[in-house]
Design a binder for this molecule. Sequence first.
Ligand code: DOR
Ligand code: ZN
Length: 344
Amino acid sequence: MDKLTLIQPDDWHLHVRNGAILKIVIAHTAQQFARAIIMPNLNPPVLTVDQALAYRSEIIKATPVDSGFTPLMTLYLTNSLTADEVKKAAESKFIHAIKLYPAGATTNSESGVSNLKGIYPILKIMEQVDLPLLIHGEVTNNDCDIFDREKVFVGSSLNDIVKHFPNLRIVLEHVTTKEAVDFVLSASNKVAATITPQHLMFNRNAILAGGIRPHHYCLPIIKREHHRQALVEAATSGNPKFFLGTDSAPHLTNAKENSCGCAGCYSAYGAIELYTAVFDQVDALDKLEGFASCYGPDFYQLPRNTKTITLQKQSWTVPSSYQVDNETITPLKANEILNWKLIN
Ligand code: DOR
Ligand code: ZN
């Protein structure tokens, strides 16, 4: 097969930032995806419906005209989010979920939740109004090894949340471990997961291959090979609990190539091509459309897209960088060859 036509995909986990970065990265996303769930971890974070609507307007203004792209907004869950704000979010047709960052887990998570039990009353309301909870699933205590943080979160905090709120729709974002995959498989159909291209393509050696590779550093950190294999198996299984979410997280090159480099891989420039390569490698191209274009909208109770995209088997080289004013963003797989290209 050298051509592949799919229902247009959506990205169910995306960071577009604001200001100058927003302009370039939203153009990349809008070339590929019809919709994307927009992460609220700006500095300062998106805490209220009004702030999310203002951010939505900024995104729409930065989106190339006629792209038809729709941003799907989220709120950032803090210890002080109110029940009224949750209800207002549920009533807004523009807000699709609330994102839980354990405080200190990742980029701009300082305002996140420090005491999970403290937000249970809010989760109760989300369950009642059927507003999905998106979870960055890692514990943050320093005595837990960074490679174990997801596994421990899943076995403790997530397990408890799912038990207390059986009807709450939950997306465990960017799963990176076999334990997380197994948990999602064993949970009810209220629990789903997104999977990123980097966690499907790389194991943890890629972070330290011949030297420190800052563009392979993201959170949750990339894990061992057997975890990667479990993720590939889940993504390509045709199970609707697993769907596309890039976690494309742009940082300026000098903020990544730094003595304390930021976490995040920039994949929006060619996300669907990256996923296609993974599915092709394991002879599962027939499972790509479900993962990329069907199971996400089904979970979010939105219609599937009606347009299609076409990919062609054709080699191209990923640019070394993308310009943002006088700075650059370095993409995941910079200067490397990809074998599939989006042609329309
Ligand atoms: O690597 C990451 N980067 N993981 C996250 O959870 C956040 C993201 C970012 O916003 O940079
Ligand atoms: Zn993210």
